[in-house]
Design a protein around this ligand. Sequence first.
Ligand code: SF4
Length: 173
Amino acid sequence: MHKIRLSGLIEESIVDGPGLRFVIFSQGCPHRCKGCHNPQTFDPEAGYDQNIFDIIEKIKKNPLLSGVTFSGGEPFLQAEAFSEIAKRSHEMGLSVMSYTGYLFEDLKKGFDANPHWKKLLKNVDILVDGPFEIEKKNLLLKFRGSENQRIIDVKKSLETESPIFIDQPQPFV
Ligand code: SF4
């Protein structure tokens, strides 16, 4: 569980969520969306292993960060490791945002079969859900590639049991 398979890290980004964020790109994606910008992340055997505590140490060293973002690949394929990073990031006062090719509703339905999905979702503040759909691509969208993708307030959505959308996600939660 201490290892995670990654395609890369960006230690400071202002385009992968609100504020200044540490971005972790997961390796492996079952969705294989047509027109995906990161096709090198499809193969779960590609990429490299990294110890999650080394990542947490890197995050700790940057006092300017507003949050961390999990991108892909599909972070929910490695939900246990990402939930640990999310938990530690919250302990540092950082917000946690995650991309997923699944829909919020499908993640919820999968809780019994995938208990770590629940653990990860409970530790995420902002979820951008759904696959990239090239027919709905829109370059004007903030933090999303296509119009079907939704920005979700996870805490409120878990309370109300249905997705609550956010127009302007804030850097701090
Ligand atoms: S879910 Fe994301 S990473 Fe996976 S194929 Fe679709 S756009 Fe690419």
